[in-house]
Design a protein around this ligand. Structure first.
Ligand SMILES: NC(=O)c1ccc[n+]([C@@H]2O[C@H](COP(=O)([O-])OP(=O)(O)OC[C@H]3O[C@@H](n4cnc5c(N)ncnc54)[C@H](O)[C@@H]3O)[C@@H](O)[C@H]2O)c1
Ligand SMILES: CC(C)[C@H](C(=O)O)[C@@H](O)C(=O)O
Ligand SMILES: [Mg+2]
Length: 360
C-alpha cells in the first residue's frame, strides 16, 4: 500500500516533533510492509519568512494531493506584531477551512503510567477517557465582520460568531456516531443562557439525538463544563462543542493527562483524508532545545493510521508503545523535574518499544 503523507512542520518545536512523528511512521511502514511517501509543506511563520504568506497555494495543493497530513505547530513571538493576514495562526485557520476539516477530535485519556503526574487526584483521574469533538471551521474564528471600528465615537472592535444550521448538525452527527461506539453518552456544551448561537446549537443537538436512540444527551453550560472537567472528568464520554469553547476546554482537559504535550488530535472532513496535529502550540520557550514532549505528535500519527489509512493494528501498536515507555519511567521535562530525557531520546524509546512488540 502506497500512501502519501504531507508533513507541515511549522514553527517553534514544530519541526522537532514532526521529525519524531515521521520517524515513527517510517518504522511502522518498514515493519508492517507499507509504503509511506513523505512530502513537506510550508505553513505559519516559516511560510511567511519563505514566501510572504502564512499558507502558500502550493501547500494547499500538496495537502489536497495526499492521503493525510501531519502538522507540528505554528506561531511565535517573531510574528506576533504582524497584521492579522500575516500571522502564522492565519495559515492554520486557512488550511482547516481550505480542506473543510470541520470535525476536530481531541481524545483525553488518563494513562495509568501518568496518574501521579496529573494535577488532579489519582481517584479523579484514573480511567478518564473523554473524546472532545470540537467544531473547527466556523464560529467566532471565521465570522465576518471582524474589524476595528468607531463605536459611539470611540475606538471599538467587532468579532462575529456565525454558524449555519448544517454546520452544527454535521458536527453533532459525528459526535453521536462516536458516542455510539464508545460510552453512549454525549455532553453538548454551550452558553445557551446568553448566546443565540448556543440556543440553536441546543435545538440541533436535541433533533440529532433522536437519530441515535442508544445514546443519551446532556446539555451543559460551558462555565459549568470547565469546572466539571476538573471536578469529575469521568462523567464525560463524548463532549461536543463549538470552535472557541472546544479550544479552551481541550487545553484545560490536557492537565488530566499530566501535560499538554500528551494530547493528540485529528481534523476530519467526512472523507478518509485528515490532518493530524498535537493540541499544543509551538512552545517558543523550549523551541530548538530538544526538550519538547513528542508524544502528542506520535499519538497523532496513531490517529492518522487509524482514521485515514484504516491501519488499526498499527495504530494500537504505537499507542501501546507510548504506554510502555511511560510505564518504564521515561519522562520529558514537561512531565518530571528530575532525569528528563530529550525529544530524540523519547522518540527512540517509542521506536524501540514498537520494534520489541512486533518482533515478540
Ligand atoms: N496548533 C497550533 O499550531 C497552535 C496551538 C496553540 C498555540 N499555538 C501558537 O503557539 C504559540 C505559543 O502559544 P502558547 O505558549 O500559548 O501555547 P503552547 O501550547 O505553545 O505552550 C504552552 C506551554 O506548554 C508547553 N508545551 C507545549 N507543548 C509542549 C510539548 N510538546 N512539550 C513540552 N512542553 C510543551 C510550552 O513550553 C508552554 O510552557 C502562539 O503563537 C500560539 O498562537 C499554535
Ligand atoms: C493557534 C490557534 C489558531 C489554534 C486554535 O485556536 O484553533 C490552537 O490554539 C489550536 O488549539 O489548534
Ligand atoms: Mg488551542
Amino acid at each position: 500500500m502506497i500512501k502519501k503523507i504531507t508533513t507541515l512542520p511549522g514553527d517553534g518545536i514544530g519541526p522537532e516533533i514532526v521529525e519524531s512523528g515521521k520517524a515513527v511512521l517510517q518504522v511502522i511502514a518498514d515493519l508492517y510492509g507499507h509504503q509511506f511517501e513523505f512530502q513537506e509543506g510550508l505553513i505559519g511563520g516559516a511560510a511567511i519568512d519563505a514566501t510572504g504568506v502564512p499558507l502558500p497555494d502550493e501547500t494547499i495543493e500538496r495537502c489536497q494531493s495526499s492521503d493525510a497530513c501531519l502538522l507540528g505547530a505554528v506561531g511565535g513571538p517573531k510574528w506576533d506584531q504582524q497584521p492579522p493576514h500575516l500571522r502564522p495562526e492565519k495559515g492554520l485557520l486557512a488550511i482547516r477551512q481550505a480542506l473543510n476539516l470541520y470535525a476536530n477530535l481531541r481524545p483525553v485519556q488518563a494513562l495509568d503510567a501518568l496518574i501521579e503526574e496529573s494535577t488532579l487526584k489519582p481517584e479523579v483521574v484514573s480511567g478518564v477517557d473523554v473524546l472532545i469533538v470540537r467544531e473547527l471551521t466556523g464560529g467566532i474564528y471565521f465570522g465576518e465582520p471582524r474589524e476595528r471600528r468607531t463605536i459611539d465615537g470611540e475606538e471599538g472592535v467587532v468579532d462575529t460568531l456565525v454558524y449555519k444550521k448544517s454546520e452544527i448538525e454535521r458536527l453533532l452527527h459525528r459526535a453521536f456516531q462516536f458516542a455510539e461506539i464508545r460510552g453512549k453518552h454525549v455532553t453538548s456544551v454551550d452558553k445557551a443562557n446568553v448566546l443565540e448561537s448556543s440556543r440553536m446549537w441546543r435545538e440541533c443537538a436535541n433533533e440529532v439525538a433522536t437519530h441515535y436512540p442508544s445514546v443519551t444527551l446532556e446539555h451543559m453550560l460551558v462555565d459549568n463544563a470547565a469546572m466539571q472537567l476538573i471536578r469529575q472528568p469521568k462523567q464525560f464520554d463524548v463532549l461536543v462543542t463549538e470552535n472557541l469553547f472546544g479550544d479552551i476546554l481541550s487545553d484545560e482537559a490536557s492537565m488530566i493527562t499530566g501535560s499538554l504535550g500528551m494530547l493528540p488530535s485529528a481534523s476530519l472532513n467526512g472523507t478518509a483524508f485528515g490532518l493530524y496535529e498535537p493540541v499544543h502550540g509551538s512552545a517558543p520557550d523550549i523551541a530548538g532545545l530538544n526538550q519538547a514532549n513528542p508524544l502528542a505528535t506520535i499519538a497523532s500519527t496513531a490517529m492518522l493510521l487509524r482514521y485515514s489509512f484504516g491501519l488499526l493494528e498499527e495504530a494500537d501498536c504505537i499507542e501501546q508503545a507510548i504506554n510502555q515507555v511511560l510505564l518504564k519511567g521515561y519522562r520529558t521535562a514537561d512531565l518530571t523535574n528530575a532525569n528528563a530525557i530529550s525529544t530524540e531520546e523519547m522518540t527512540k524509546a517509542v521506536i524501540k518499544e514498537i520494534k520489541v512488540a512486533i518482533h515478540s
